[in-house]
Write a protein that binds this ligand. Structure first.
Ligand SMILES: CC(C)(COP(=O)(O)OP(=O)(O)OC[C@H]1O[C@@H](n2cnc3c(N)ncnc32)[C@H](O)[C@@H]1OP(=O)(O)O)[C@@H](O)C(=O)NCCC(=O)NCCS
Length: 302
């Protein structure tokens, strides 16, 4: 079974005029328009990187020529390959077996893809809440986690350790929600995560965390947790294709695939332009501030 884990460090990418205009030509026009509307460069870069990651994956791993790829979104926003429906006869890969998902937050955009199961991915950066204290932030977020999860979070140690545990739980929940594709409509109290005693360490992905859905352990779901760096926690949720729960544990799995860091050059190696160059797209981008002022201040003081 195939498995792809890619990461791109958007925060280190300062696009040149040529890079930005070329990237914009290589994505679907409606996505280019969406990205053009972001107020902050940080968000535009993350969304652009996400689109390039998706297209690179479909092109290089599924064997679909860049110009033939048409990505769609489910009614709740989850991206999928809308066209082509069939792979060319000379391709050895059957496209319907692949599931993929995207996340961008903090300094990275990440893609996870897997064959034969459904995939959700979520990345979270451990940041101090900007305008409030940690206890107040937790109070505001009370309903996102169960009592058991709050007891795990609060017993994690110092405030930064509690925040790290909080974001870890967050990424776990989001990865599941993104795998099943429901988005915001899901009652987060229905899922509860139980962490293993092992510590999560750089370069050592964990797969021992258990999920309970409506108080029943879901043995056929697996959560691959890893640290991209000391501040970024990524979770890849892997569940039964078609969301059928048959109660059977997953077949024995190879060790989790670690994330490969890609450069901008990697993102566009297979890219071919789909539209004409539009100089005004750069002029609009170069006037954007990187991030809201409060975020920039927080970043520079960490
Ligand atoms: C939209 C949502 C799917 C994820 O949003 P997010 O965590 O802000 O964003 P991420 O960076 O992780 O992911 C964004 C990407 O997920 C993908 N995505 C969008 N909707 C999706 C859905 N319903 N299912 C799966 N993936 C989805 C898209 O590729 C999107 O990027 P793009 O729009 O640039 O293509 C949605 O789950 C959400 O907003 N959830 C918040 C729920 C909540 O309150 N969580 C509290 C945590 S416990």
């Amino acid at each position: 079974m195939g498995s792809v884990r890619w990461a791109f460090r958007c925060a280190s990418w300062t696009p040149t005029r040529h890079e930005w205009l070329h990237a914009a030509r290589c994505i679907q026009p409606e996505e280019k328009d969406r990205i053009g509307q972001f107020v902050f460069a940080k968000d535009a870069k993350a969304a652009m990187a996400g689109r390039l990651l998706l297209r690179r994956f479909v092109c290089e791993t599924m064997g679909v020529p860049w110009s033939q790829i048409r990505l769609g979104r489910s009614p709740r926003g989850k991206p999928y390959l809308a066209e082509p429906l069939q792979v060319s006869p000379d391709s050895s890969v059957v496209q319907s077996e692949w599931s993929f998902n995207l996340s961008h937050q903090g300094d990275y955009a990440v893609l996870a893809a897997e064959q034969g199961v459904q995939v959700g991915v979520d990345i979270m950066k451990n940041t101090m809440p900007g305008s409030t204290s940690v206890p107040e932030y937790f109070r505001i977020m009370t309903r996102q986690f169960t009592e058991y999860e709050w007891s795990t979070i609060r017993s994690a140690g110092s405030e930064p350790q509690q925040l790290a545990s909080f974001y870890r739980h967050w990424a776990l929940k989001e990865s599941f929600i993104k795998a099943i594709g429901t988005g915001l409509g899901f009652n987060l109290q229905r899922v509860e995560f139980h962490l293993p005693p092992q510590r999560l360490a750089l370069g050592q992905p964990l797969r021992q965390t258990k999920m309970y859905l409506d108080e029943e352990e879901e043995e056929e779901w697996t959560f691959e947790e890893s640290l991209l760096d000391t501040e970024h926690h990524v979770v890849v949720a892997l569940g039964p294709a078609g969301n059928t729960c048959n109660g059977a544990p997953p077949p024995s799995q190879p060790p989790p695939t670690t994330f490969t860091l890609l450069s901008f050059g990697d993102l566009i190696t297979s890219a071919t332009p789909l539209t004409e160059e539009e100089p005004a797209y750069w002029e609009s981008f170069e006037t954007k501030a990187e991030a809201p002022k409060r975020q920039r201040d927080t970043q520079s003081s960490t």
